[in-house]
Design a protein. Structure first.
Length: 466
């Protein structure tokens, strides 16, 4: 879509509709954008569930539309299955069946170092150098391991700055790390809230708090993308501000990795961790990732060690004398489950077929298209106060969001959610009033977005008639 370079999503939509001689809201616009989407072939690398296979779908919907692919807009919760995942899993099950223990050292992905073979691909996704990334554990385990080494509280500098509405696991991890060091979370957790009447945090407010409280802050710990609102934080600015005050700066990139363009190394981020089953499509409970900037490789050591942190060349000598790998590699504890490595490899190979820059470029237009249609059809109408309406709480500035839009409804959210699911939409509900809709550029189409917005109208009509 080079002819639309430099245009905003709205300008692109208007130009396309004018060239087609149709309304901006016409399905013809979606079809045109799909036809000219340079990444459309990536969808073929994934299994998209059929409407008939979604448990809550209504019988009449299944009968008429069951063979159609569902509108899968919940990659922010669980990404789709890469088609190669089954092949790779079967390969390792066959290896186990036929070769037993020898699978540790033979085959296309020897179990003893299988995760090492794909870390360079993961590093590209998060903007890191390969030696700065390790694939291991789950996100919260990695967060604990990182905080054990980066959070070094003193009487003067003992606070951890985080969002007031951080993902619960982050909140619990920080709280327990503070207690572990003998401090009181009531005094050492510095929670930052949005301004009254606002849904998201202002970057300047974050920077102001760091400037004001920085001398007492040991660690600044934020999300890359906020799970509830979909806000993309200015990670570069936060990192720079934290470093100026002598703080370590880390990020939970669960909703950012594979979603937005990250530059963890270039930004100088001290540490980060992320799961891989959302935008990176590794399957529920998939193996997670962790990052430590290489500037710390000789100074930051793991507080807890295990044999997988030992150098591979001497690991199996089993002499109980630790030969610790530098940087994040030394934080490994145990050998990685090969059956979790397989689907992650399958997904990362699809990422390798494109770039985060290309994915982000499509994402800006795809999410902008969703925003345009939502605002066109479902903005509050003062002349019809009883008409159901939708408010987008995600920032309207594309630079402050990923592919997720969080929609707040004027009618009961559970009823809207149920009606959408009955019609073949897979999305995510968060009480008290929000649906999280994520058109993922890797596999979602513009037609998916158009179908969803039309289906939303039917769901809202059904809800208002109850």
């Amino acid at each position: 879509m080079e002819q639309f370079e430099g245009l905003t999503p709205t300008e692109t939509l208007q130009r396309v509709s004018a060239s087609l001689g149709c309304s901006v809201t016409s399905a013809e616009v979606a079809a045109f954008l799909d036809k000219h989407d340079d990444l459309r072939h990536l969808r073929e690398r994934f299994h998209v569930p059929k409407i008939a296979d979604l448990p809550p779908s209504a019988a009449d919907v299944k009968q008429v539309h069951g063979a159609e692919e569902c509108m899968y807009l919940v990659g922010n919760s669980l990404g789709l299955q890469p088609k190669r995942a089954r092949t790779y899993l079967e390969e390792e099950l066959d290896m186990w069946a036929k070769a037993g223990v020898h699978g540790h050292t033979v085959g296309s992905r020897p179990w003893a170092w299988a995760e090492n073979k794909i870390e360079d691909m993961m590093a590209e996704v998060v903007g890191a150098e390969p030696e700065e990334v390790a694939l291991m554990n789950g996100l919260t385990v990695n967060l604990h391991l990182l905080l054990l080494s980066f959070y070094k509280p003193t009487a003067a500098r003992h606070k951890i700055l985080l969002e007031d509405k951080a993902f619960p696991s982050d909140h619990y991890a920080v709280e327990s790390q503070i207690r572990l060091r003998g401090f009181d979370p009531q005094e050492s957790m510095l929670l930052l809230s949005a301004r009254p009447g606002e849904e998201t945090l202002r970057t300047q407010d974050i920077l102001d708090v760091i400037e004001k409280e920085g001398d007492s802050i040991a660690v600044v710990m934020f999300s890359g993308v906020q799970y509830y609102t979909g806000q993309l934080f200015n990670m570069a600015a936060i990192t720079e501000a934290g470093h100026k005050k002598g703080c370590y700066v880390g990020f939970d990139c669960a909703h950012a990795a594979g979603n937005v363009e990250l530059k963890l190394h270039a930004w100088g981020v001290d540490f980060a961790c992320w799961c891989s089953y959302k935008y990176i499509n590794s399957g529920a409970g998939g193996i997670a990732g962790a990052f430590i900037h290489k500037k710390h490789k000789d100074t930051i050591k793991p507080a807890l060690t295990g044999w997988w942190g030992h150098d591979l060349n001497t690991r199996f000598q089993m002499n109980n004398v630790m030969d610790l790998q530098p940087g994040i590699s030394g934080f490994r504890l145990s050998n990685q489950p090969i059956l979790l490595v397989c689907p992650l490899q399958a997904s990362l190979e699809v990422f390798k077929m494109t770039s985060m820059q290309a994915l982000r470029k499509k994402s800006l237009l795809l999410t902008g298209y969703l925003e345009f249609l939502i605002r066109h059809y479902y903005t509050k109408d003062p002349g019809r106060p009883q008409k159901p309406h939708v408010r987008i709480i995600t920032p309207s500035d594309p630079e402050q969001r990923g592919c997720q839009l969080s929609l707040s409804f004027s009618v009961p959210i559970r009823e809207v959610f149920d009606e959408l699911e009955r019609r073949g939409v897979a999305c995510d509900m968060r009480e008290p009033s929000v649906l999280r809709i994520a058109p993922v550029p890797m596999y979602n189409s513009f037609t998916d977005v158009h179908r969803f917005v039309e289906t939303l109208g039917a769901a809202l009509t059904a809800t208002s008639q109850k």
